[in-house]
Design a binder for this molecule. Structure first.
Ligand code: UDP
Length: 245
């Protein structure tokens, strides 16, 4: 059963279980998608019903960000831990490389980034089949052609990295036409895989301070991160309200 964190239901799942579930979806009939909401996305969903419904209908909803874990604790419905989009993607690619069965398409980021990410990932995960890449700066009118390109590649799995909520809305509209069995909206991960943006060192990740590292590296994110205290405040208010009722 999903745990409600300020209006978004999260799967109480660990990283290894999420990867296993993802691989099972990639190998099953039909179209499935995964979302990885962070606090900013939860706040966005509160104001955007269409977006909220897309998150609700996802096959897996993973808690990307320590803020979601804090909020879950405050609400008294703890989640087993953070499952970041990038760790989920890495776990899937490791499995895809090991089994050598599934093909991956990378969609998103600035021109050249997805292709470079694809080259690097195939070295990192020998046996991984990256069957196509495309940048994320296409016009709305080109979306059908983009979906057709993914379908023609024969991909089983698609990483869509256009930022939220654009990537989730794009997936809801065009995901099926891509012909993949599993798609995941993964924000800025292609920039990391291409080597353009550093991921925080392991010590920061373990301490739940990855956000701080990203802030120091990309100070322009301060406006986005300033929403976190408000998010946790909402969790406290919801807990107090629930306690009274
Ligand atoms: N992006 C894109 N098309 C767009 C807007 C953004 O491909 O129209 C890409 C952008 O280049 C970046 C990613 O989407 O690679 C969003 O990164 P961000 O760090 O904002 O995502 P987050 O992980 O914070 O959701």
């Amino acid at each position: 059963m999903r745990l409600d964190i300020l209006g978004v239901g999260f799967d109480p799942i660990t990283l290894p279980d999420a990867v296993t579930a993802g691989m099972a979806l990639a190998g099953s009939e039909g179209f499935h998608y995964v979302v990885t909401p962070n606090p900013e996305i939860v706040l966005l969903a509160d104001r955007d019903e269409h977006f909220r419904s897309i998150l609700y209908h996802a096959d897996l909803v993973l808690a990307d960000g320590v803020g979601v874990i804090h909020a879950a604790n405050i609400l008294g419905t703890p989640l087993p831990g953070r499952v970041t989009g990038i760790d989920f993607a890495a776990g899937l690619m490791q499995e895809m490389a090991r089994t050598g069965e599934k093909k991956l398409f990378l969609l998103g980021a600035k021109p050249g980034v997805a292709a470079e990410a694809g080259r690097r990932l195939q070295k990192t995960y020998p046996g991984l089949n990256v069957c196509g890449t495309r940048d994320g700066y296409f016009k709305d009118a080109e979306s059908e052609a983009v979906a057709a390109q993914v379908a023609q590649s024969g991909a089983d799995v698609l990483f869509v990295c256009l930022g939220a909520p654009k990537q989730e809305k794009w997936l809801a509209q065009y995901g099926k036409a891509c012909g993949v069995h599993l798609a995941a909206g993964l924000g800025g991960v292609l920039d990391v895989f291409a080597g353009n943006v550093d991921r925080a060192p392991a010590a920061f990740q373990k301490a739940g301070m990855e956000w701080f590292y990203r802030l120091v590296k990309q100070p322009s994110r301060i406006g986005r991160m300033a929403k976190l205290p408000g998010f946790l405040g909402k969790a406290v208010a919801a807990r107090v309200k629930r306690g009274k009722s």
